[in-house]
Write a protein that binds this ligand. Sequence first.
Ligand SMILES: [Fe+2]
Ligand SMILES: [Fe+2]
Length: 185
Amino acid sequence: MTITESLSKEHSLILQAVACLSNAKDKLERYERPPKEFFEMALEFAGSFADKYHHFKEEFLMFGLLAQKKEGTLDGPISALRFEHERCREFVNKIANSLEGYTGGDEIATVTLLENLAAYISILKRHIYTEDHVFFNMVDQVLSENETNALELQFQKEEEKMGGRDFFNTSEKLVFEMCFLLGKR
Ligand SMILES: [Fe+2]
Ligand SMILES: [Fe+2]
């Protein structure tokens, strides 16, 4: 599997989580109240797998190398993708901050949760679409075999730091459990 294929595979898991979050958003719009535990699991997944594991590899390893490689010509698209990662982190923090109020039935906290959830889902879906359909094709064309191999080694190191295959399996289980918890309601 190439590095962009492995990132796209991670996107598939992120999109499964996003589909459940979208279901939770629809419920909130109908005044249903998904359990606090669902959002806690979603925040765990968003913080660990989507951001610390996946976004880190893209942003700090791949974008860094690409920026040097194309001598600034890719600065525009890379800045946009970095900005979207950053916005996603902000939405996740705001969701986390609204959770206590939401659990207590506070209407303003509920609307704040809904607002940031909707934004997170929308920006992340667009972001993943861009990477899968535009950006990764470009990465495949631009990087030499040596650069790809070097990046692959760096990715492996980062993956091992997080627990490697076990971490991926645990994250898959987490998504399954959060979706199951939502489905039961
Ligand atoms: Fe990304
Ligand atoms: Fe990505």
